[in-house]
Design a protein around this ligand. Structure first.
Ligand code: ZN
Length: 251
């Protein structure tokens, strides 16, 4: 089966779903990560500031592409990266990197249709979207592009954005609010082997380390350890069609 993961930025899929992608590929599926807003000047732990302003976007975009490719290589040919090459929020909306949260999705944003079409072209059996925890506008836009379809009869699930800004409410309540807003029936699904928590943390650490322009050592550790809450697994929120497919998805 083909599974699509919608990743607002190069790193979101890896931070949230490395164990899940391991499981899907081990079960014989093909996974495509659709990277939406991959043109960027955001690389706080790089020497991007020493690059001339005119060249910064191409420098950082290429750097982040190489980071993502190093994660992809951990899987071989069963994982494909699809690059939509759109500008991230600071470049697209002309805002500061500290102003990307608390905005509403612009229904006329061309990104919405572009993401939809890219996913349709792949014709996947199952699609995974970000929940939008933390409210980054690029994550909300990526979610919005396809959320209406998640009420339908194909398999959809939502992943927990990591690292996200702290929430005012528990994740379960956030998901309940989202489900109400879009008339979805979402159930939690844990992916991974609970028997080996230490191995799961090590695996997630190895994935997060690929993105060292984005996260420092403390953040890598927080990302690696996030799966501890779920006993060394990752949690998705899935619709009924996903649950029906689940035995073959994570076999
Ligand atoms: Zn992101």
């Amino acid at each position: 089966m083909k599974i699509v993961v919608v990743s607002p930025h190069r790193d979101d899929a890896a931070f949230a779903l490395t164990l899940a992608v391991d499981a899907w590929i081990a079960a014989g599926h093909k996974v495509s990560v659709v990277n939406c807003f991959s043109r960027s000047e955001y690389a706080p732990y790089s020497d991007a500031d020493s690059v001339h302003a005119n060249d910064r976007m191409s420098f950082v975009t290429a750097l982040r592409g190489r980071e993502d490719e190093s994660w992809r290589r951990q899987y071989g040919s069963a994982l494909t990266l699809v690059d939509l090459n759109m500008k991230d929020a600071p470049l697209r909306l002309h805002i500061g990197a500290d102003e990307v949260r608390g905005l509403s999705v612009n229904v006329n944003d061309k990104a919405l249709v572009k993401i939809q079409k890219a996913v349709e072209r792949i014709a996947p059996a199952a699609v995974v979207l970000p929940l939008g925890l933390g409210g980054h506008i690029d994550h909300l836009t990526a979610r919005q592009s396809l959320i209406a379809a998640a009420a339908g009869t194909t398999a959809w699930a939502f992943y927990e954005d990591v690292p996200a800004a702290p929430l005012a409410e528990p994740i379960e309540e956030f998901v309940a609010g989202l489900a109400r807003e879009f008339s979805l029936d979402l159930r939690p699904v844990l992916i991974g082997q609970a028997s080996d928590e230490a191995a799961a943390i090590t695996r997630r650490r190895r994935a997060a380390f690929c993105y060292d322009s984005q996260v420092d050592d403390a953040e890598v550790e927080a990302i690696a350890q996030f799966c501890k809450v779920y006993g060394g697994r990752e949690r998705l929120w899935a619709n009924q069609a996903w649950l029906d497919l689940s035995p073959s998805l994570e076999a």
